[in-house]
Ligand binder design. Structure first.
Ligand code: ATP
Ligand code: K
Ligand code: MG
Length: 676
């Protein structure tokens, strides 16, 4: 993974977070977090009572009020600090990205010649030439040539990657450097809308919006806060009626202990940290919603080639059919591949070289190249003399030959199936109405796939492999990799159909893709992960982009999403449970203050009524920073079903939430009681 994997925290991030904690005290900012806003309002009221005791008639309790004020202030600051700390890493990353965004000179093609212009002048549709050693001036698509490009500025990966015209490896990103050769690039973004611009906005959190889940939880927390506010406000007159005197700072303390400050203070930090974990993993999530959706995924659609297998499908053998000779198969395979820039196409020419075979490229001259398309599953060339040469999936070529009235050699099927049963891909080679033979394309399943799919199954996620390959190859690879289901001979629109079918059953679907033809399916899926190496269309349709272009990462992304949801659930449970213990400390204390005979209520045997209130408040404050590491790192995660997870978490965090504060408040009280 990327060399830009950062340390969790640096001194700078902490210092800036401390500063930001104070800046965030601005009530306009605080209002976005109703729970903490109420605490801040209480802090201000108690501050006034401390500073102007004469005015409020609070001279007797100035010391206690000052203590309450300070504890409340720190409660708010701690919550701000949690959020600022979570934002810190993104900000630091944004700064380093901005450095890679300086203005550079671009060689723009104008008419027939090349003119130097500043990169900021480039617009969508402009064409530029980038040579060895130069920086690519903007996002675009290679339209001519092949070059190796150092993308470490965005991916942190130092090994250069090959970018070439045509196919799924044609997109380039502004700010990356060409390390060898020369390419012509068509610019695909206007200034300010580039990938790096979007990435900066993302990691900076500039466009961070609350997710539906967060909004729902926030509504719940706000409702609880309002309910407790009403309870506490009505308590005052009732107490007054009973001639029990309750001071305003005591009532505010009670309110702060009652409302869910722990989760209120940590909620946004949990969301930001979850996004950040995805980013540190070199995956860019376009929204927090995408990350959360990945935590709820039920079905995962996976490509065979390149996701489950290494994807470097290489021609390894020419196999004649119908009594033809190997040379003829090899020659026509080569002719059909002269201009085929796909890895499969190039591997055919490489195999020719390796086997020291010759063919005459001159026949292909002037011919019309037929590019490989996932819809036709064929590629080839229409020669000047009228002959049409094709190679492609066996069933596709067979149909093509049949429509021209050709006969199908009797050994075609058996020889094709033999390749497929070994997990290889057979390509048939034909000229007009005659099939000459097969090309054996070899590919291997990535190691460790079976274990990963086992984990997914434990999480209750169904995996479906979709491949354009034939059913036999698909079945072999599916079995080897251990996916739950597969769809063979699928065209791009079939992927959408599968996604829609699953969604119609109420399931959330994730998929990966890199080609332009994957774009509609990526957009349809609830979580669409596009490869950075892929086409611009795919990247725009998806809601996540993997900078390392490793499609199997979708599995880890789902794990991170689950962890985010779990962390939020666990800390909410903990927060609400730990408030319960505070009632036991603070409510008896309040009544004992008014009616000393109520001392019997002091079940926790705390020092004094005032020390009980302060201890509960101190615990309420310090639990926030104590839980920051958990909020940022996420709770420990093991693959298991959602129901089991829920039970486990309620047990650990619910019970923990009740027990921990009893112990904590008791210990704090031992110290506090030395003064009060
Ligand atoms: N360059 C090519 N020329 C001719 N036929 C090809 C070429 N590349 C692939 N094919 C054929 O087209 C089929 C579909 O290819 P496609 O890339 O759409 O899917 P795939 O790679 O097999 O599956 P996946 O969706 O898992 O990537 C392949 O199985 C193969 O038979
Ligand atoms: K609380
Ligand atoms: Mg493919």
């Amino acid at each position: 993974m990327g060399a830009n994997k950062k340390k969790l925290l640096t001194g700078d991030i902490v210092t800036n977070a401390i500063k930001d904690s104070f800046i965030k005290l601005n009530p306009v900012t605080m209002m976005k977090n109703p729970v903490m806003f109420v605490v801040e309002a209480g802090t201000i009221i108690v501050l006034l009572m401390t500073v102007f005791p004469g005015y409020f008639g609070t001279e007797e309790t100035v010391g206690f009020n000052l203590a309450v004020f300070l504890i409340l202030l720190f409660t708010v600051l701690f919550a701000n600090f949690a959020e600022a700390l979570a934002e810190g890493r993104g900000k630091a990353q944004a700064d380093s990205l901005k450095k890679s965004k300086k203005e550079i000179a671009a060689n723009k093609v104008v008419g027939g010649s090349v003119k130097q212009v500043p990169s900021t002048d480039l617009r969508k549709g402009d064409i530029v030439v980038v040579s060895q050693g130069e920086m690519i001036p903007g996002d675009g698509e290679v339209i001519e040539g092949l070059a190796s490009v150092d993308e470490s500025a965005i991916t942190g990966e130092s090994a250069p990657v090959i970018k070439e015209a045509g196919g799924d490896f044609s997109s380039v990103t502004g700010g990356t450097r060409v390390v060898s050769d020369k390419i012509k690039v068509k610019i695909t973004s206007d200034p300010g809308e580039s990938f790096i611009d979007r990435m900066i906005a993302l990691v900076e959190g500039a466009k961070r919006q609350k997710t539906p889940n967060e909004i729902a939880l926030n509504t719940l927390l706000t409702s609880l806060t309002i309910i407790f506010l009403i309870v506490v406000v009505t308590l005052a007159p009732i107490a007054g009626f009973l001639e029990i005197e309750l001071s305003v700072p005591v009532l505010i303390s009670l309110l702060v202990c009652l409302i869910p400050t722990t989760i209120g203070g940590l909620l946004s930090a949990i969301g930001i940290a979850g996004m950040d974990r995805v980013t540190q993993f070199n995956v860019l999530a376009m929204s927090g919603k995408a990350v959360e959706a990945s935590g709820d995924i039920n079905t995962m659609i996976l490509d065979k080639t390149g996701t489950i297998t290494f994807g470097n499908r290489m021609a390894s053998e020419f196999i004649p059919v119908g009594g033809e000779d190997t040379n003829a198969v090899a020659e026509w395979s080569a002719v059909s591949s002269v201009k085929d820039e796909t890895p499969e196409g190039r591997s055919v020419l490489e195999l020719m070289k390796k086997e020291e075979r010759t063919y005459s490229p001159a026949i292909a001259e002037g011919g019309e190249f037929i590019e490989f398309k996932a819809e036709t599953r064929m590629s080839g060339i229409d020669l000047l003399d009228g002959r049409k040469v094709r190679k492609g999936a066996v069933d596709a070529v067979r149909k093509w030959v049949e429509t021209q009235g050709g006969a199908i050699p009797s050994d075609l099927e058996a020889k094709g199936n033999a390749i497929a049963k070994e997990g290889g891909t057979p390509l048939a080679v034909a000229v007009d109405n005659k099939i000459f033979g097969l090309i054996y394309l070899k590919d291997t399943v990535k190691p460790g796939m079976k274990e990963r799919f086992d984990q997914l199954r434990k999480m209750g996620i169904k995996t479906i492999m979709c491949t354009g390959d034939n059913p036999l190859t698909a079945a072999t690879i599916a079995r080897e990799a251990g996916v739950d289901d597969f769809i063979a001979e699928s065209k791009p629109e079939d992927k959408i159909a599968v996604i829609r079918r699953e969604q119609a059953e109420g399931k959330l679907v994730a998929m990966t893709g890199d080609g332009t033809n994957d774009a509609p399916a990526l957009a349809q899926a609830d979580v669409g992960l596009a490869m950075n190496s892929g086409t611009v269309a795919a990247k725009e349709a998806a809601n996540m982009v993997d900078l390392d272009s490793d499609p199997s990462k979708i599995i880890e992304v789902v794990a991170i999403g689950k962890q985010l949801l779990m962390t939020r659930g666990a800390l909410t449970t903990f927060s609400i449970a730990n408030d319960v213990a505070k009632y036991f400390a603070i409510i008896p204390a309040m009544f004992t203050l008014a009616i000393p005979e109520m001392e019997a209520l002091n079940v926790m045997k705390l020092g004094s009524p005032l020390s009980s209130i302060l201890s509960a408040l101190v615990f309420n404050a310090i639990i926030i920073p104590l839980l920051i590491p958990l909020a940022m790192k996420g709770v420990a995660y093991r693959p298991m079903s959602s129901t089991k997870l829920l039970q486990r978490n309620i047990f650990i965090y619910g019970l923990g939430g009740i027990v921990v504060p009893f112990v904590g408040i008791k210990l704090i009280d031992l110290v506090v009681h030395m003064w009060i």
